[in-house]
Write a protein that binds this ligand. Structure first.
Ligand code: UDP
Length: 483
């Protein structure tokens, strides 16, 4: 008699940064809900940091999926080293941290996979790893399992990296002298993009940095991926997605944000202690508060931060501002102008960190001044909050193009090193009650509806997710480990 089919068992490894961990944990739950066994692999350093940050911090042995497991999901939680001691300050030493991810982490992953493969029940059937890792295809091949590349940024950003060779060939990137400045109109699925809207790394001529090495290697590996799961929505980027699907099985399964999945299952992923702003927000009128945050790791120059602060002072808007202790640098402890807190007393609140989804979904929030991290944009779209965009690095410039030029759900704040207090106050007023803001709000309503629709039972992301599971199972049925 034929043996009953084994449950699929995915090993899921996120990049150990807040903006990658958040969507990865939600993907883990989504897959487990579909009957997968998941082995979710955290780094020891992330585990340590998130244990300390928990609101009701008690045990350092906290299993972040405890709730999910209690409700019957099979999510196993494992820790491995990223190659550095847990106590090493990764924020203050980003280059050493990146070196470790580039050169050392893969050995720890391979060792872990070897041990797990020997004992795993059910057997491991695929490796789901963040696209930014430099080893997943190589390791998946060694263990004879498919590599599912998990992309936590928009499809257009994936496409641009995927076609870096075209940018280089045409002189728009990595030129010996100066990169071309004219419109780029030859990338499949991207009708036209200005070089200033490319990701920051692709705007540079010197490509010897550790981040460039990571990107080059990661996209070599991505070419070997069997499937790509992307935290975007088909309706937002249809043309780009169709074009990349000519190259790879590519599935838009977003937005991977907490609501709309499984009510009652919370996974606390924050790496910082969250301040509770809800009482303060409750005292403010609907739509009157500007939420300001530059994400989990980007730095802002002291000059720009001051211009933004003085610009905010010149408006009447209420605000909540996330000022991370390292927002300017780990050495700058007083990033805001001295008189800022006094003069904004009563209408503003500065905090080191918060639960962003909780804040964005509060009715008093009327706008989001954002660095344009992709999770922040998805969360803002989910909560129907129009944006004021101030990108700082990496994909944030390309994400701003989507928000401001393509979807028209936000406005631009200005450029790094050039942003001025006068423009800041003008644009904040415009977002919070001016004509431009009102237009953005109108369009945002439709975008929010599309996002919510995508994750309903017959929405595009749900269908794509089902298709991915079917394709993976089909692919797996010929695989040694899936027997
Ligand atoms: N975030 C948060 N509290 C904060 C600031 C950020 O919970 O005070 C979360 C936010 O909800 C998002 C993530 O941190 O999910 C940041 O990811 P994003 O892609 O926006 O930016 P990154 O930090 O990767 O630049």
């Amino acid at each position: 008699m034929a043996e009953p089919p084994q449950k699929p068992h995915a090993v899921l490894i996120p990049v150990p940064l807040q903006g990658h961990i958040n969507p990865a944990t939600r993907l883990a739950i989504k897959l487990a809900t579909r009957g997968f066994t998941i082995t979710y692999v955290n780094t020891e350093a992330v585990h340590h940091q998130s244990s300390r940050a928990r609101r009701s911090a008690s045990s350092i042995d906290h299993h972040i999926f405890a709730d999910a497991c209690a409700s019957g999901l099979d999510i196993r939680y494992e820790l491995i080293s990223d190659g550095l001691p847990v106590s090493f300050d990764r924020t203050a030493n980003p280059i050493q941290f990146l070196h470790s991810l580039l050169y050392v982490f893969s050995a720890h992953v391979e060792e872990f996979m070897r041990k797990l493969t020997r004992a795993a029940s059910p057997p491991i059937t695929c490796l789901i790893a963040d696209t930014f890792f430099v080893w997943p295809s190589t390791i998946a091949k060694k263990f004879d399992i498919p590599y599912v590349s998990f992309w936590t940024e928009p499809a257009v950003v994936f496409t641009l990296y995927y076609h870096m060779d075209l940018l280089i060939k045409n002189g728009h990137f990595a030129s010996c002298a100066e990169n071309r400045k004219d419109t780029i109109a030859y990338i499949p699925g991207v009708p036209a993009i200005e070089p200033t809207d490319l990701m920051s790394y692709l705007q540079e001529t010197n490509t010897t940095s550790v981040l460039h090495q990571i990107i080059f290697k990661a996209f070599e590996e991505a070419r070997g991926a069997d499937f790509v799961l992307c935290n975007t929505v088909q309706e937002l980027e249809p043309e780009t997605i169709s074009a990349i699907q000519q190259e790879k099985p590519f599935y838009a399964v977003g937005p991977l944000i907490p609501p709309g999945f499984i009510p009652g299952i919370s996974v606390q992923t924050t790496l910082q202690v969250e301040s509770d702003c809800s009482q303060w927000l409750d005292t403010k009128p609907a739509g009157s508060v500007l939420y300001i945050s530059f994400g989990s790791f980007a730095n802002v120059s002291k000059r720009d931060l001051e211009e933004i602060a003085y610009g905010i002072l010149d408006t009447k808007a209420n605000f909540i501002w996330v000022i991370r202790p390292d927002i300017v640098s780990s050495k700058e402890h007083e990033p805001l102008p001295q008189r800022f807190l006094e003069e904004s007393y009563g209408r503003g609140m500065c905090i080191p960190w918060c639960c962003q989804m909780e804040v964005l979904s509060h009715p008093s929030i009327g706008g989001f001044l954002t660095h344009c991290g992709w999770n922040s944009i998805l969360e803002s779209m989910w909560c129907e909050v129009p944006m004021l965009c101030f990108p700082l690095q990496t994909d944030q410039f390309t994400n701003r193009k989507l928000v401001v030029k393509d979807w028209k759900i936000g406005i631009d704040l200005g450029r790094i090193d050039e942003v001025s207090r006068k423009e800041v106050s003008k644009r904040v007023d415009s977002l919070m009650g001016g004509e431009e803001g009102n237009e953005a709000k109108k369009v945002m309503k439709e975008v929010t509806r599309a996002l919510h629709g995508a994750v309903t039972a017959d929405g595009s992301s749900q269908k794509n997710f089902d298709q991915f599971v079917a394709d993976l199972m089909r692919r797996g049925s010929g695989n040694r480990t899936m027997k």
